[in-house]
Design a protein around this ligand. Structure first.
Ligand code: SAH
Ligand code: SF4
Ligand code: F3S
Length: 437
């Protein structure tokens, strides 16, 4: 019986979004139903991100606010999960006397036990990494309601230790999930009506490389493509240095593979890339982009860029802008560099004035808005295969995504939901396209 209420707030990347879904389904077994109202909740959980300093501060502020609810006299469990939990561990319990549970990124399987304990007033922190390769506990399947497009985790963690990045410290070493389990989950999802899967990991291209008996990522994609019912495959995130020719070839001969790829460059300058420890140069990055476009001319890229990395000169920054002009990303996620404790870059002098960093970010975003607009306009008049996922923004409209990952709204009734249909694009907006069936 669902007689208690659970309120979850999720920060950060898709890993956390996925984990939150798992948490909801695990705690349903303990009688918790999700609610959007923190003051009514019997348990509040923040699933946190620590990739940039700002995100972490946000969590502390949010917890301070949530304390108000706890003081209302109601017995309420307050829990912190995700990457800040992993980073801070027991320290959080010490700092925040009203906090009950701290649950690390490898410890979700302990949550039911921890919550039962907390219901009896026990405070507990669990942040031990699982190093045993292919522990199934890291990848419990999600029971959530069937939707048309689902994320399927294929690997966890990261071994790259880019000099600025906290992720390897809070998500642990790369662990690939067994391909048999991945395929089992994909088949089950297809059976439930899912039409698109997005293979998820911090660095999906190095899937399986640590194990002799698992396929490469390219082979895994081919196996997923063989699953009946699955009509489109995407993946995220790719590290450019691990983008193999074998994987590039998939874009030529696996029609189910989406023509949109997230391929973070971080910078267009060789000296900055070197200081970041990214393991590729501007030229080798562009070489992969060109190879992919040679195989699939309509390929579109999205990316991540960090602005104001320590030592980034005006000339380095110009190199980043020119890389953007060359790749012509359809969308770009740009971040001001934020030093993270324990990372190698944290020891570098971060002496660029904040105003200069913001001015660079503004220029970069202006350029990106122009490129996005220009690319979007080239789609006007073309026809796209759209997976209709739900009602559109306006009455009488439905909405879905085309192969290039952009949202497309068009007039149509809800009987189209779940189908791939051809839509002619008539108008381009900054974040979506308008079309007609
Ligand atoms: N595994 C993925 C993404 C990791 S985090 C990858 O390697 O691409 C998502 C993005 O956050 C990164 O691509 C990077 O652009 C940004 N990021 C990570 N650490 C950062 C930091 N210390 N300061 C600013 N941005 C950062
Ligand atoms: Fe962070 Fe680099 Fe790993 Fe991405 S590849 S998660 S940026 S260390
Ligand atoms: Fe943030 Fe953790 Fe993801 S630090 S970006 S939630 S892996």
């Amino acid at each position: 019986m669902l007689d208690k209420l659970l309120y979850i707030e999720t920060f950060g990347c898709q890993m956390n979004v996925n984990d939150s879904e798992r948490i909801v389904s695990m705690l349903a077994d303990l009688g918790y139903a999700p609610t959007n109202e923190p003051s009514a909740a019997d348990m509040i959980l923040l699933n946190t991100c620590s990739v940039r300093g700002g995100a972490e501060e946000k969590v502390y502020r949010r917890l301070a606010n949530l304390r108000i609810y706890k003081r209302d006299g109601k017995q309420q469990i307050i829990a912190v999960g995700g990457c800040v939990a992993q980073q801070e561990g027991e320290e959080l319990l010490r700092k925040l006397p009203y906090l009950d549970l701290v649950i690390g990124t490898h410890n979700l399987h302990l949550l039911p036990d921890m919550v039962r304990g907390a219901e009896r007033g026990e405070r507990r922190s669990e942040t031990t990494f699982i190093d045993n390769d292919q522990r199934l506990d890291l990848f419990p399947s999600i029971k959530g309601e069937s939707r048309l497009s689902r994320f399927v985790t294929v690997m966890q963690g990261c071994d790259n230790f880019c000099s600025y990045c906290i992720v390897p410290f809070v998500r642990g070493r790369e662990i690939s999930r067994r391909s048999a389990d991945i395929l089992h989950e994909v088949r089950q999802l297809a059976h439930e009506g899912v039409r698109e899967v997005i293979l998820l990991g911090q660095n999906v291209n190095s899937y399986g490389l640590k194990s002799d008996n698992e396929p490469t990522f390219a082979d895994l994609i081919r196996q997923v493509a063989d699953v009946d019912g699955i009509q489109r495959i995407r993946f995220t995130t790719s590290h450019p240095k691990d983008m193999s020719d074998e994987l590039i070839a998939c874009f030529g001969d696996v029609p189910k593979l989406s023509g949109q790829m997230h391929l973070p460059a971080q910078s267009g300058s060789d000296s900055v890339l070197k200081a970041m420890g990214r393991g590729y140069t501007r030229d080798s990055y562009l070489d992969k982009v060109h190879k992919l476009r040679a195989i699939r001319p309509d390929m579109v890229f999205t990316g991540d860029i960090i602005v104001g990395f320590p030592g980034e000169s005006p000339a380095d920054f110009e190199q980043t802008l020119s890389l953007m002009e060359e790749v012509r990303y359809i969308d770009l996620f740009s971040f001001v560099y934020s030093p993270r404790p324990g990372t190698r870059a944290a020891d570098l002098a971060d002496d660029l004035p904040r105003a200069e960093k913001m001015a660079r970010l503004d220029r970069l975003m202006d350029l990106q808005r122009r490129i996005t607009r220009e690319i979007s306009h080239t789609y006007i008049g073309s026809t796209m295969s759209v997976l209709v996922e739900g009602e559109g923004k306006l009455p009488g409209q439905v909405s879905g995504k085309g192969d290039i990952g952009r949202i497309v709204n068009f007039s149509g009734d809800s009987s189209l939901i779940g189908r791939f249909v051809d839509v002619r694009i008539t108008k381009a907006y900054p974040n979506s396209l308008l079309g007609e069936l």
